[in-house]
Design a protein around this ligand. Sequence first.
Ligand code: FUL
Length: 619
Amino acid sequence: MKRLFSALIALALLSSCDNAQQEYFTKSVTFPEGATIEQKIDIASRIVPTPQQLEWQNGELTAFLHFGMNTFTGKEWGNGRENPELFNPTELDCEQWVRSLKESGFKYAILTAKHHDGFCLWPTATTEHSVKNSPWRDGKGDVVKEFRDACDKYGVKFGVYLSPWDRNAECYGDSPAYNKLFIEQLTELLTNYGEVYEVWFDGACAEGPNGKRQWYDWQAYFEVIHKLQPNAVTAIMGDDVRWVGNEGGWGRETEWSATVYTPDSHPNASQNGELGINAMSKDLGSRELVAKAKMMYWYPSEVDVSIRPGWFYHAEEDGRVRSVANLVDIYFQSVGRNSVLLLNIPPDRRGLLHETDVENLKQFNQYINSTFENNFISNGDKLSKLAEGESRTYRVAKDAIVNTLLVQEDIAQGQRVESFLVEAYSNGKWQYLTEGTTIGYKRLLRFSDCQPEKIRLTIRSSRGDANISGVGLYYAPMLEDNSSSVRINDLDSNSWSVVGSDDRTAIDGNRESVWRSNALTPLVVDMGKEEEIKGFCYVPAKENLTGTIYKYRFSVSTDGEKWSECDCTGEMSNIKHNPIPYFVRFGNTYKARYFRLEPLQEIDGNKCTSIAEVGILLQ
Ligand code: FUL
């Protein structure tokens, strides 16, 4: 009914052109039957965010806090059979988390109230698998409540992550029963903790202990949210905030918030298949796609990335916290590419944000603030309506040296710019400075230091008049990235050989060369001499992830004949979405001259294998 209504409005608009410029479609629109591409583009230019989406986008920085059972077991994905007694932070202090986040510029913060292992950080009535059966605060604690109170104290907007995938719930896979349980959990969180600003649902889904696949009743979940927290934005499986498509910390150069990508939980998500797109596709909003689409959405991107290699805290990653330079790059590639940055800072086993993470965040914030407090253009915040082909010139403060451009569209009037050019005037002539495609909420571009007298912004192509709401020129000092590169092998692999093959690409020390096989083929390596090994590292390919190992068996041998299987989880949890070197530590030491990495399941269930590198860990 709602869809029919918006189609009727769209038709009416097409026939009353004068009025058309004033009319907008909030959040979604269905194109009228038979609309031409010009008509569709015109409608696309007038899709606008809801007030909640707009407020969320203006916040720019959201913090993610992955904390729970995995913090204490050292895993990234628990299997749900962990003993609640393992959860025992010694100095939990949510005020320390939120104060650090607030001081570092974060406006929203989201806590993993329940991750895939099903352990609940609040004393839920729905399961025994929660803080109430942990020794922490004698089973009387409530992390969600303490976090909420801290958010209130520091004026940070509170959000929750509640994993639909639950490896603990016995009824998982018995769809109606689990949906009921999930709704009860959601209801508790959305009733007992005051205002919730963002609800984050991951899409992961697998078979339950009963072997049945769970079917999630998204519509029922969203009804609960709309009823209990009508102002919350819903993310990822929700339809307000879109997953950018990677966990590496970068948005697309061309990032459309007005997109043809249908939220996966929508009944009409089949449009994605028809258009041949998914959340990871490069193009989610070109004219070619709009021409083929039936519906469009205001569905802006959120870049989720962790300050550490994993989402949860692991002490062995203390030396691998992202540097300030790296965080700044991520800011430019997320907020500066029309996205919100959702940065994960995982509390440690004490229940505190680690000192290194806090320090890097603080310096990151100082850098961003000091860079963007000096705009060398004085009238850049005057709204300009620019038609395609039109330009506007801005005077630059005398003798200013600049290397960074900021441009913004007034997205309350839609996202329109498809491409733009910026030229700089100095020594009596205009010269190319930089260019870009989409702008949206914010676009940041860096270039070499220069000293222009003025700059000229030209809208090369746009969906209707562009509403430019901000233009700035800044000086962003170069930062040296002195974070060391990750060591993936404690041994020298030069003397190693692959048993039964001359192909050394998986052990040649070069992460660019990838060993590939058309089957689930084990890799057997002879290290030449016996070693005492404590773990291994698997490096997936950087591009073309086909063949990336998800489930595996790892075995060792001293003679190449008798093998013993090493004690490990057998699962490279989350490698599909975070394809970085995966470190497996056995917790035991094994004597080995030979090792065998045996793939059991590829990330998408394909029968093939790819290995960029395998290393051995001695520590
Ligand atoms: C993923 C999960 O599987 C990870 O563990 C993490 O929570 C990340 C933010 O989303 O899909």
